[in-house]
Design a protein around this ligand. Structure first.
Ligand SMILES: N[C@@H](CCC(=O)N[C@@H](CS)C(=O)NCC(=O)O)C(=O)O
Length: 222
């Protein structure tokens, strides 16, 4: 039996969605973020040393890292969510499976960190310095990088309906999280209509809705 080690409000939501698309049986083991630090509870380290979510167990196998999990589950249980082997679409699908976490998430994470620096309580004499540094990094690096990636992605969805081509694929599931995060906290809006239409299309999928019901709290689905 597949077990998804699922953290509230997290990337593991997309693994639940994938499994709903595949229609395979699975169970959910739930973990709650610490409300102050937002970190996962220490129990998750008993499953995988990094203690991050998602982690999936399937028989003897324990697998972390969203892209690797999606690749494994789609190969094993749902080849229809992967384009034909050795096709250009398969290469594209593979590209997005890596790009989502390897490239797109970096500026989003930096934005989250520097927003936090700006808003965190600290001694009054440090505040203007910390804010000044945070704003400088955000203006000089984070915002231009976010724009670069979002413009690129908007352009890519002008080339094909879905990320890997004309068919919905595992790539779209992997790409959902950075785009949902960008819409929630990094200014993705109607000025990029193809990306917003993508989010609307995925959020309307019955498997996505079922996964939301099963997963519980998830602040990124509007
Ligand atoms: N690149 C990893 C990132 C895993 C990750 O950072 N997960 C977050 C949830 S979105 C997490 O577990 N955060 C809690 C923590 O770091 O303690 C993946 O895609 O699986």
């Amino acid at each position: 039996m597949i077990t998804v080690h699922h953290l509230n409000n997290s990337r593991s939501q997309r693994i639940l969605w994938l499994l709903e698309e595949l229609g395979v049986e699975y169970q959910i083991k739930r973990y709650e973020r610490d409300p102050q630090t937002l970190l996962a509870p220490p129990e998750l380290r008993a499953v995988h040393p990094l203690g991050k979510s998602p982690v999936v167990t399937d028989g003897e196998l324990t697998l972390a890292e969203s892209g690797a999990i999606i690749d494994y589950l789609a190969n094993r249980y749902g080849p229809h969510l992967l384009p034909a082997a050795e096709s250009p679409e398969r290469l594209r699908c593979n590209y997005w499976l890596h790009y989502a976490e390897g490239s797109a998430m970096s500026p989003l994470l930096l934005k989250l960190v520097f927003d936090k620096v700006e808003s965190s309580p600290m001694p009054f004499f440090i505040k203007p310095i910390a804010r000044g540094i945070a704003q400088k990094v955000k203006n000089a690096f984070v915002a231009p990088q976010l724009k670069l990636h979002l413009d690129y992605l908007e352009g890519e969805l002008g080339e094909s309906t879905w990320f890997a081509g004309e068919q919905f694929s595992a790539a779209d599931i992997q790409m959902s999280f950075p785009l949902e995060a960008a819409a929630a906290r990094a200014g993705l809006d109607a000025s990029r209509p193809r990306l917003m239409a993508f989010l609307e299309r995925i959020h309307a999928r019955p498997a996505y809705r079922r996964a939301l019901e099963k997963g519980g709290e998830y602040a990124y689905a509007k």
